[in-house]
Design a protein around this ligand. Structure first.
Ligand code: ADP
Length: 443
């Protein structure tokens, strides 16, 4: 059979959540494929995607670009190899979707219709994650631009199927078990800029988790603690979540200030419990936000609680086995105020600076946060990237939401709030315009 082996690379920011695989013209020719055809992607598991042509800079690199959901469906990571072949996709008579274990989703009355419109002509295999975009006007969605991972519980027929106008799409509200480790669905495609930083985190965290034997063979200790430092809102938490998701590691999160304000002894016990749970459910990532608030330099410490929490944290870090199966990632805005004892070897001995994004980074972040939005043609993300000097990721996210709210206000007079359903024709017409961004920027 005609097939090729290619290395997996990260998807383009705009492709995420769309079930697309980018191949270069040579590969297309070799597999007798045209853009729009469906391929099978076989890694640890087999899934399907729709083929698009890769951008010129990717030609002859022997790579296939797929997003985090497709990577999860094929059970592969960036840098690993998959086998690609043309798929025989059948029309789906029926597709049943359900949320993963940890999610509780409430579907509105027309949700099935909206979901179907979004995934029309998309290939699906049973047990795949099918990301569905939220948008501001979606009745059941959380934040715009964020894909909601639904699971295809059942397809009729089986195999690779295509959703068509005639497909019966059923949405089930009860979560399906066995899919608990989706880390909220955050993947590397949800992070704008930070290419080198992602690469470094992958080397430090993903590699030892997946291939501890490499570290053993070379006689190097995998890191136990990684310190991410930089201004607030630059994507440190996002990065930690994405790594957990991409490695299918369990994710435990500790908010620094929260753990401090506990009754006597409770903070330490909570820390102990989290480390024990993490060990039990390894591979795991423990994320500690605002590390400086629990572990400031000890000369600065006035509170007795802080002193004991730092001691406990040091004990727990020292007690971790050096096998890279539990890794602690901490974030801080003030790296200089972190207790130096925590930065010694075997503790948080790797540091990555997460800085304010440059123009290219801002453009990617804008693309990410406008993914689920209907943008009018006059919106130019290049010039918005140019106009947002000094903005961090969180600022850009706020800007896109504000622009969407401005757009919504334009349509409000046409909406009868007493009626339950908003006419689909109006929803189809809604767009976010350049002026909406201009207005949002002006505030
Ligand atoms: P930090 O942990 O550095 O304070 P977060 O990761 O919590 O920042 O970022 C807050 C929100 O801002 C994120 O949930 C995301 O929506 C947005 N954001 C921040 N940085 C980025 C980025 N690099 N790319 C895309 N979105 C970002």
């Amino acid at each position: 059979m005609n097939e090729v082996q290619l290395e997996v690379a990260k998807a383009y920011p705009n492709d995420s959540g769309r079930g697309i695989a980018r191949l270069d013209p040579d590969t297309l020719l070799h597999l007798k494929l045209s853009p729009g055809d469906i391929i099978e992607i076989e890694g640890g598991k087999t899934t399907a995607a729709k083929v698009w042509r890769a951008d010129r800079q990717d030609w002859n690199t022997d790579t296939v670009r797929i997003d985090g959901f497709t990577r999860q469906n094929a059970d592969v990571s960036i840098g690993e190899r998959v086998t690609i072949r043309k798929a025989e996709a059948k029309k789906a008579d029926k597709l049943v979707l359900a949320p993963p274990e940890e999610a509780s989703v409430q579907f509105g009355s027309d949700a099935a219709g909206m979901v179907k419109r979004q995934i029309l002509k998309r290939p699906v295999v049973e047990r795949d994650i099918v990301p569905v975009m939220s948008s501001t006007n979606h009745p059941f969605m959380r934040s715009p631009g964020q894909a909601i991972p639904l699971i295809s519980v059942e397809t009729k027929p089986e195999g690779v199927v295509l959703v068509t106008e005639d497909t019966e799409v059923d949405l089930r509200e009860e979560p399906i078990s066995g899919f608990e480790k989706t880390g909220g669905g955050i993947t590397y495609e949800d992070i704008g800029g930070l290419t080198n930083e992602i690469q470094r985190v992958r080397e430090m965290v993903e590699l030892p988790m997946k291939h501890p034997q490499i570290f053993q063979k070379l006689g190097i200790e995998p890191p136990q603690g990684v310190l991410l430092h930089g201004p607030p809102g630059t994507g440190k938490t996002l990065l930690a979540r994405a790594v957990a998701n991409e490695t299918s590691a369990s994710f435990f999160s500790i908010a620094g200030p929260e753990i401090i304000s506990k009754y006597y002894g409770e903070s330490e016990q909570q820390l102990r419990e989290i480390f024990e749970d993490a060990k039990e459910e390894s591979p795991s990532i423990i994320f500690i936000d605002e590390l400086d608030s629990i572990a400031p330099k000890r000369e600065d410490v006035t509170g007795e609680v802080e002193r004991r929490v730092v001691a406990q944290l040091l004990t727990m870090m020292d007690g971790l086995e050096a096998r890279g199966q539990v890794i602690v990632i901490a974030a801080t805005n003030r790296v200089d105020s972190v207790d130096p004892a925590l930065r010694r070897p075997g503790r948080f001995d790797r540091e990555i600076e997460i800085g304010v994004p440059d123009e290219e980074g801002r453009k990617e972040i804008l693309q990410i946060h406008t993914r689920g939005m209907p943008l009018s043609d006059d919106v130019n993300l290049d010039s918005l990237a140019d106009d947002t000097h000094g903005f961090v990721g969180a600022d850009i996210e706020a800007l896109t939401k504000e622009a969407a709210m401005k757009a919504l206000r334009r349509y409000l007079p046409e909406i009868d709030l007493d009626r339950e359903d908003i006419p689909p024709s109006l929803i189809d017409r809604m767009v976010v315009k350049n002026d909406d961004f201009g207005g949002a920027l002006g505030e």
